[in-house]
Design a protein around this ligand. Structure first.
Ligand SMILES: NC(=O)CC[C@H](N)C(=O)O
Length: 462
């Protein structure tokens, strides 16, 4: 957090810093009955070596009570360091409790306070969650008629038949459990919701592209656009095509993403370059645990990615690297790096935090860390809006009006700037959009229910 933001946070904290008042809700969170029961069993227990405490002393604040209040508002206990410092069974007086809260970082204290006074992006979390669950259940129950290992048809929410297929051009991607379906949502205040198989790992594929772009843009600024454009191509993601200045059309399609990731630290060993991206990806997840590649998927792409090989050869022939690359070995290293980024494994729980950084000006809503500069986030979101869904981007923007990015593993990231992000995963791809059909269906239900289409003026109404 920069100095200005820290000062501001402190000021807000001091002003609203009546913890006693803020915590009154927690006290009302009535589990007094449980405490009485515990007390009675203590009194009745045979252990008379120490006299039982007075009942009123026990009716204080517990970690569990605070956790419950925050979780009803979408703030998960596991995202706070505070709960590591609090003992589960102990009951604290308000003063003791406040003392422990005040040991946490300013950012965390602000999050706790926001949770307690419900100063959050989604104020009626419980009904929001219920609506999302209803949409999720409706989409999960859509009729799927599987005609072969790779093909199926699905009757969508509007009763239309949609033909779907698994992306067998990367053989490992078709070796998947097609019944998987997961949605995770994360608001800019770090309120989170997970539905379905949200702890199952999949590879990010093209949903890595906005992050790779943001990280590269942060390092190189608009110089990067000397090598890659910003127009939608109107073509499939793997089409071999350059714009009228001889650049890949944009960083959201394969050619553009290969070019983008090749530009930073290109003189360094591949291991260093991969690690550079990985470290940034990790900060976006806000987690201390490592991220890694799915080896079979990575190898599968290397083995059979003939279109991408043709694409880099074509770009080389056309001088797209402007002399930066001299040999075939250097050329293929860039493709290798691109494949590594596509094969990074995440769950929707993890990825929704990454996309929430894009919704939140580049700041991780869980850790408070500023991971990407706002100017790079702005550009990444514009590109997602106009080019993120490949040759379906225009129709998607028209219908749903939100920045989004899809990947052939069946994942879709949606960002509603200043509000929330969602990551949806389900492997069946609509043959029209190369995007997850159930993902599109969830978005359809969500945007019909909540007016987040950028041109839906209801969301700006006072
Ligand atoms: N649309 C995608 O997700 C494509 C990514 C995939 N790794 C490829 O290069 O073809």
């Amino acid at each position: 957090m920069n100095l200005g933001a820290q000062r501001l946070t402190r000021r807000i904290l001091r002003k609203a810093h009546n913890w006693s008042q803020a915590l009154s809700d927690v006290n009302l969170e009535n589990d007094t009955d449980q405490i009485c029961e515990d007390w009675l069993s203590l009194v009745k227990s045979k252990d008379t070596s120490s006299s039982p405490p007075h009942l009123p002393d026990l009716i204080g604040i517990t970690s569990r009570k605070l956790r419950n209040v925050l979780s009803k508002r979408g703030l998960e206990g596991r995202t706070f360091n505070l709960f590591r410092d609090l003992r589960e069974r102990e009951t604290y007086t308000k003063e003791e409790f406040v003392g422990i809260i005040e040991k946490q970082s300013d950012f965390e204290q602000q999050r706790i306070l926001n949770g307690l006074v419900n100063n959050l992006k989604v104020t009626d979390w419980e009904s929001f969650e219920k609506s999302c669950e209803e949409i999720f259940d409706e989409v999960r129950d859509l009729e799927i008629d599987q005609s072969s290992k790779l093909d199926c048809s699905i009757i969508d929410r509007n009763g239309k038949v949609k033909i779907c297929r698994l992306p067998d051009y990367i053989p490992q991607l078709s070796e998947v459990d097609t019944s998987l379906f997961a949605v995770s949502i994360c608001t800019v205040d770090g309120q989170r919701m997970h539905l379905g198989d949200s702890d199952i790992y999949y590879t990010m594929q093209s949903t890595s592209k906005p992050y790779t772009y943001g990280i590269t843009h942060a390092a190189l600024d608009d110089v990067l656009h000397e090598f890659v454009g910003h127009e939608p191509s109107g073509q499939a993601f793997n089409k071999i095509i350059l714009d009228n200045q001889g650049r890949p059309f944009n960083p959201m399609i394969n050619m553009g993403a290969i070019m983008t990731c090749s530009l930073v630290h290109h003189e360094q060993p591949l291991s260093h370059r991969f690690n550079y991206f990985l470290e940034h990806y990790k900060k976006l997840t806000g987690s201390r645990s490592t991220l890694s590649c799915n080896m079979p998927v990575y190898k599968s792409e290397l083995e059979v990615g003939f279109m991408n090989k043709a694409a880099v050869n074509y770009m080389m022939t056309m001088g797209c690297w402007k002399g930066m690359i001299q040999s075939e070995e250097q050329l293929l290293k860039n493709l290798d790096l691109y494949y590594q980024l596509c094969s990074i494994e995440v769950t929707t729980e993890i990825q929704s935090i990454m996309s929430a950084c894009l919704a939140n000006r580049g700041i991780n809503p869980i850790t408070g860390e500023s991971v990407l500069p706002i100017r790079s986030v702005k550009r990444a979101l514009s590109l997602m809006f106009t080019c993120g869904m490949y040759d379906y981007s225009g129709r998607f923007a028209f219908k749903y009006g939100v920045p989004a990015k899809s990947g052939v593993s069946g994942v879709t990231d949606v960002v509603i700037p200043g509000v929330l992000s969602m990551t949806i995963y389900s492997p069946w791809l609509s043959i029209h959009s190369s995007s997850s059909l159930l993902g599109l269906q969830f978005i359809d239900g969500f945007i019909k229910k909540f007016p987040y289409h950028v041109f839906d003026s209801r969301q700006y109404a006072k």
